[in-house]
Design a protein around this ligand. Structure first.
Ligand code: ADP
Ligand code: ZN
Ligand code: MG
Length: 483
């Protein structure tokens, strides 16, 4: 395609992540905005009533520093909050408390890989701000009769993680967000839920002729609520911008919204500049001194991060770099896998099952692994049934699907264990006779003391029974008959 040869894709991402705290950023209201009745969790502070005063949520600051450390950022000693002024009905105060020139962190980086190749993206900053309320339009937005506003989300702590324009394709951008999401989950600051908007991503996309040093005009794309949407939106934008440039046109710096159903971006507004926001220091909050002791303390509580765990899965369990990357892309998936291995499942088989049919079903159902009825112990037992030859690979796939589709996977698993297996000695005797008759040499070898030969004979018996023989009984009967 022309894109690949003529233009270089440049992408920088701004990711917003709600911080998992009990209370809001500047007041004591609960952060529950998904379940609570509209406007139940509000107070004069988060409604922006005159005379109310904000108080900084220490845990939200801690989570931001934690995130910044996990992203290899520097943590300056001084920081402050600023007012970002703009009008919108979901913003009760008429300004958002955010951070402008002295954020909690800067100059970090995130390392990840795309199809086995190592990549790195600079992190400009991680700062802290407050979320807005939510508008609910009655009817289609174009001809809305009325709009309702719910301020439960207003004031929920929100981190913004800004990347450098270091990403060079939609693939890289998607991978970056996957890694970032995994890190946020691992360190417990965000639940990674993109569908409900607790993790949101805006993509800045531009093109420049190959070999040109200066960046081209960027377009900011919003409203993507899945990895797939991020990928599609960037690809769409690259194609659209290419067409404009190829036709001799110029791009305007603007904000566009991704329409997932129609698969395209739509212009929302031409981009405002920083001066439009009239940033100034928040007069109701003191500047913050971030002590080095506190930073050291937060650093000491960081858990093992996905990159380290990925290395461990490769080194200790022999997984391929690709499998290890995908498995560590979500904390629940990593934990699911590790639990299976702890229970005795061979690592490679466990990885194959999780990344194969299981992931396919989950993706199709828009479900996460922790929502599945099939637990690590179930899948581990299923794999054991295959390994011991009780059921064939084909049967295992059918059994797995039955387990997955049912609220209780036990019956399907039990059926697989029992129904198919031949344990009755009478039935097995026929198989044993046939194996002995057809494999004289191996029988002789076994008699001569070669243990390996017995394994071969058991294998033949399993084959004859199409994997249905009980391997322990088969072994016992073979030994008995031969000696
Ligand atoms: P703005 O002032 O419009 O907010 P910033 O310079 O703060 O722009 O950058 C915002 C985001 O846009 C960052 O993630 C940055 O990496 C990205 N970005 C900046 N310039 C470009 C560009 N030319 N192409 C793609 N992304 C860009
Ligand atoms: Zn409040
Ligand atoms: Mg900016």
């Amino acid at each position: 395609m022309a894109v690949a040869t003529r233009y270089e894709v440049v992408v920088g991402l701004e990711v917003h992540a709600q911080v998992l705290t009990q209370s809001k950023m500047f007041c004591g209201c609960s952060t529950d905005y998904l379940v609570a009745p509209p406007n139940a969790n509000t107070c004069p502070v988060c409604l922006g009533l005159p005379g109310s005063l904000p108080v900084i949520n220490r845990r939200a600051v801690e989570a931001t520093i934690r995130t910044a450390l996990a992203l290899n950022c520097e943590i300056p000693e001084f920081s402050k909050f600023d007012r970002k002024n703009y009008f919108y009905p979901d913003l009760p105060k008429g300004y958002q408390i955010s951070q402008y020139d002295l954020p909690f962190s800067r100059n970090g980086r995130l390392e990840f890989d795309v199809k086995g190749e190592a990549r790195r993206c600079g992190i400009t900053r991680v700062h802290l701000e407050e979320d807005t309320g939510k508008l609910q339009h009655e009817g289609a937005i174009e001809q809305a009769q009325s709009s309702l506003v719910n301020f439960n989300r207003a004031g929920v702590p929100l981190m913004e993680i800004v990347s450098e324009p270091d990403l060079r394709s939609a693939d890289e951008a998607r991978e970056y967000v996957m890694r970032l999401r995994a890190i946020l989950q691992y360190i417990g600051v965000n639940n990674g839920d993109m569908e409900s908007g607790q993790l949101r991503c805006d993509a800045n996309v531009s093109l420049r002729p190959m070999g040109q040093a200066e960046f081209g005009t960027k377009v900011e794309v919003k409203n993507m609520n899945s990895f797939r949407a991020i990928h599609r939106a960037i690809e769409y934008e690259v194609e659209r911008q290419t067409e404009v440039l190829e036709a001799g046109g110029r791009l305007v710096q603007e904000t566009r919204g991704w329409n997932d159903t129609r698969g395209l971006t739509v212009s929302q507004r031409t981009k405002e500049f920083a001066e439009d926001y009239r940033y100034f220091p928040e007069p109701d909050l003191p500047p913050l001194e971030v002590s080095r002791e506190w930073v050291a303390e937060i650093r000491s509580t960081l858990p093992e991060l996905p990159a380290a765990r990925r290395e461990r899965l490769i080194a200790d369990l022999g997984l391929t770099p690709y499998d290890a990357s995908v498995l560590t892309s979500s904390k629940p998936m990593t934990e699911y896998f590790e639990e299976m291995v702890r229970l005795g499942a061979p690592a490679k088989a466990a990885a194959n099952w999780i990344l194969g049919d299981f992931s396919r079903f989950l993706n199709a159902d828009h479900k996460e692994i922790e929502d599945a009825s099939v637990k690590p112990a179930h899948l581990q037992q299923l794999i054991a049934l295959i390994d011991s030859g009780v059921i064939s690979g084909k049967m295992a796939k059918q059994t797995f699907e039955a387990m997955y589709r049912s609220a209780d996977p036990e019956p399907a698993l039990t059926a697989a264990k029992g129904s198919s297996q031949i344990s009755g000695d009478a039935e097995l005797a026929g198989i044993v006779d046939q194996v002995i008759a057809e494999n004289e040499k191996s029988v002789a070898d076994f008699k001569a003391g070669k243990a390996q030969a017995l394994k071969f004979l058991i294998g033949q018996g399993m084959k004859l029974s199409k994997g249905r023989a009980n391997p322990q009984r088969l072994e016992a009967l073979l030994k008995e008959k031969i000696s």
